[in-house]
Design a protein around this ligand. Structure first.
Ligand SMILES: Cc1ncc(COP(=O)(O)O)c(C=O)c1O
Length: 406
């Protein structure tokens, strides 16, 4: 983010604030639609995992540059449709879709419902409405990532166990409303090694060989989870090896492929800009207390991951100090970094940028401690645009009523 843009933004808007760069998002997406697509012989469809960043302007930007979306709730489906994303570009995953969600998805005739259990399939079949579906399988592979973002082991709640597929096939065959497209998988997030993907593709290839008579697979949805470096020393995801794994394992598959990148498209496009409220020195530590809290960006308190934090303006000299960067929320887990080096001359009122905050930042935020949902800004063509106003606490409290129900 050029600092002149940040100065302009700060003049018009209070911190903390999320700031995204449109060009980074478009560059990442274009890489997938052109370079990655050129390495893969099958047709490749990109479905952005909207949970990573659900802001309408971001969804619209992504749709404008050739991707659809993957949603995981009726609310996300509603937002995607509101953003103008065509139903034929929407995939709906999630283990707990309600009857209302399934009814909504089938009424809108979305492109793909990724069914995650026999029980969900039974409910979908009982609606007697035309539905395009993939069976999301549980391949039982270790994604070699953080435990809390691993989704492909048999101990995880996601997907249908391979042993249960015959039952799923017979429900599909007995129901003329169910249009079977193929299989979907998603084994986790922040996956660095291509090996778990390759292992998953092998399992899919094996399934293709064992299909019952009368069923064909037109589509394989390979999920998301692609590693994004949060620090300069981390290596980016090896897309070439990923494409090669697809070509090796799925060479005989001639249908279409879907991938569902979330973090990869938006993480590096965003920062959380925050102001230093106090620099508190104790006998043991120096705490930089900022105006952003865990409610605004909870990745550190939830997963223990530390984002790189930098001064948002030029600093003098090279002298640094060892600090913890913490928020104002009344929880010890409300911190963004521990024991990091920041410039020595930082002072109250200066700004810090928490980098790589474009994914699972705003979308995971809450109003804990009665703090507002913060504003979001998109820098598009070098100009900053407000894409979400801060949602103040007085607005939230208008929903707190006392009304007899019976
Ligand atoms: C089904 C599904 N697809 C795609 C994604 C996106 O993952 P990532 O942001 O790591 O690419 C997720 C994330 O949880 C998911 O659950």
């Amino acid at each position: 983010m050029e600092s002149f843009q940040l100065t302009q933004v700060i003049k018009h808007i209070e911190t903390p604030v999320y700031i995204y760069r449109a060009d980074t998002i478009v560059e990442n997406l274009t890489f997938l639609t052109t370079t990655l697509s050129s390495w893969i012989k099958q047709k490749l469809l990109i479905r952005f995992a909207a949970k990573a960043n659900t802001n309408r302007s971001i969804l619209q930007l992504i749709a404008k540059h050739g991707a659809g979306v993957e949603v995981v709730s009726g609310g996300e489906l509603w937002r995607a449709l509101q953003a103008g994303i065509p139903a034929q570009d929407i995939v709906f995953s999630g283990v707990g879709k309600t009857e209302k969600d399934l009814d909504f998805a089938t009424t809108e005739q979305i492109d793909q419902i990724s069914v995650e259990s026999i029980e969900e399939l039974t409910l979908l079949a009982s609606l007697s409405k035309n539905a395009n579906l993939c069976l999301r399988i549980c391949p039982n592979v270790m994604a070699l990532t953080h435990d809390k973002i691993t989704t492909g082991r048999s101990s995880d709640k996601f997907g249908i166990a391979l042993e249960q597929l015959p039952e799923a096939f017979s429900i599909i065959k007995d129901n003329p409303h169910l249009n079977f497209l193929g299989f979907a998988v998603h084994i986790g997030s922040q996956i660095q090694s291509v090996q778990p993907y390759q292992q998953t593709f092998k399992i899919l290839a094996d399934l293709l060989k064992k299909l019952p008579d009368g069923l064909t697979v037109k589509r394989l949805d390979l999920g998301g989870g692609f590693f994004v470096p949060y620090h300069p020393h981390e290596k980016p995801f090896d897309w070439q090896a990923y494409a090669q794994a697809i070509q090796e394992e799925l060479a005989d598959f001639h249908g279409e492929l879907v991938i569902e990148p979330g973090r990869f498209l938006v993480a590096q496009a965003g920062i959380l800009l925050t102001k230093i409220l106090y620099i508190k020195k104790t006998t043991e530590k120096t705490f930089i207390i900022v105006d952003a809290g865990m409610n605004d960006m909870m990745r550190t308190s939830l997963y223990g991951v530390q984002h790189q934090i930098v001064a948002a303006h030029p600093t003098q000299g090279h002298k640094t100090q060892r600090v913890d960067v913490v928020g104002p929320v009344c929880e010890s887990s409300d911190y963004f970094a521990k024991d990091i080096e920041l410039p020595f001359d930082l002072k109250q009122g200066d700004y810090l940028a928490i980098t790589c905050a474009g994914a699972y930042g705003s979308s995971l935020s809450s109003t804990y401690n009665s703090r507002p949902l913060i504003a979001e800004v998109l820098i598009d063509n070098k100009k900053p645009y407000l894409i979400r106003e801060s949602i103040p606490v007085d607005h939230l409290s208008t929903f707190e009523i006392y009304k007899a129900l019976i």
